[in-house]
Design a protein around this ligand. Structure first.
Ligand SMILES: Cc1ncc(COP(=O)(O)O)c(C=O)c1O
Length: 284
């Protein structure tokens, strides 16, 4: 394709999800576990902590360092920033069309949150209606208890990366040097949050919720057995929250239309499912 891709993959994900690396290599991507010895950032981190598990913040710093030191290198970020959400709002618009066809009004809409892009992309078109006062729909943003950015972070200016190369962003943050425990939902182990998702949470339009790793995998197993599709550990966070809402309805007798954003399949995540099944999974 004429583009050479270098990927800094958080070391723990590099080890937990080896086949994601294989896919990128299949397309000639060069994949390095981060922290790596390619960059000054990586070397500095490894000097202090040789067995560092890595973090999305450190991986971003390594990629930005590459872009800052080589004119030919361009850096792209797959989440957190508003333009990524804008791109993904095609999903939210499609959900609205599907609801229209099904003649349903949603009562609860749910997505998991890492950097905020799958949540924002799937929810913002409908959230606009809530801001305009056209719907009472509840919007649940589900995060791991191991990385509770929206529920326990501070709402303040912080960097999007570990070293502070990015501009400051006003967001919920656990601190740019936060290293989340090595839970299998690698995509949700980010210290910060998209600025719009943060603001809408602060203003009460979005309700944040945390769930623990083992209950999330239990939800994934139930979903796989019920629907025949194995979800990603990240997606299981949203599914767990949806099961909770549905079970509450069962108790109260209330009827609700629940929409869940299915952010990805779990066919690269069998190490996580394996540790859930053999009882070695830990909650943080
Ligand atoms: C399957 C899956 N779902 C959700 C996410 C969460 O990301 P975000 O909140 O940035 O959309 C990720 C991130 O890698 C992911 O891999």
């Amino acid at each position: 394709m004429g583009i050479e891709a270098t990927v800094y993959m958080v070391r723990v994900s590099f080890n937990q999800k080896p086949f994601r690396k294989t896919i990128m290599q299949l397309y000639d991507g060069k994949v390095y576990p981060s922290p790596s010895t390619n960059t000054e950032v990586g070397k500095q981190v490894l000097e202090e902590t040789p067995d560092h598990p890595g973090s999305l913040g450190i991986a971003i710093s390594e990629a930005v360092e590459d872009a800052l030191t080589d004119d030919k290198v361009k850096y792209t970020l797959g989440s957190v920033l508003n333009h990524v959400i804008l791109h993904q709002t095609v999903i939210g618009q499609e959900i609205q069309k599907q609801l229209e066809i099904a003649e349903e009004e949603p009562d609860t809409m749910i997505a998991c949150v890492g950097g905020g892009s799958n949540f924002g992309g799937s929810m913002f078109p409908m959230l606009k209606e809530k801001i305009k006062g056209n719907t009472d729909c509840e919007f649940l943003a589900v995060e791991p208890s191991a990385c509770p950015t929206l529920t326990q972070g501070k709402y303040e200016y912080d960097y999007g990366d570990n070293m502070g190369f990015t501009p400051l962003l006003k967001m919920f943050t656990l601190g740019h040097d936060f290293v989340a425990p090595s839970v299998h939902a690698g995509g949700l182990r980010y210290h910060g949050m998209n600025t719009q998702v943060s603001l809408l949470t602060k203003e009460g339009y979005i309700t944040p919720k945390t769930v623990s790793q083992s209950e999330v995998f239990e939800a994934g197993k139930l979903f796989a057995q019920s629907e025949g599709v194995i979800p990603a550990p990240e997606t299981n966070h949203a599914i767990k929250a949806a099961i909770d809402v549905a079970r509450e309805c069962k108790k109260t007798g209330e009827e609700k239309t629940i929409v869940v954003n299915f952010s990805g399949h779990g066919l690269m995540d069998f190490k996580g499912y394996e540790s859930y099944l053999n009882g070695t999974m830990e909650d943080c």
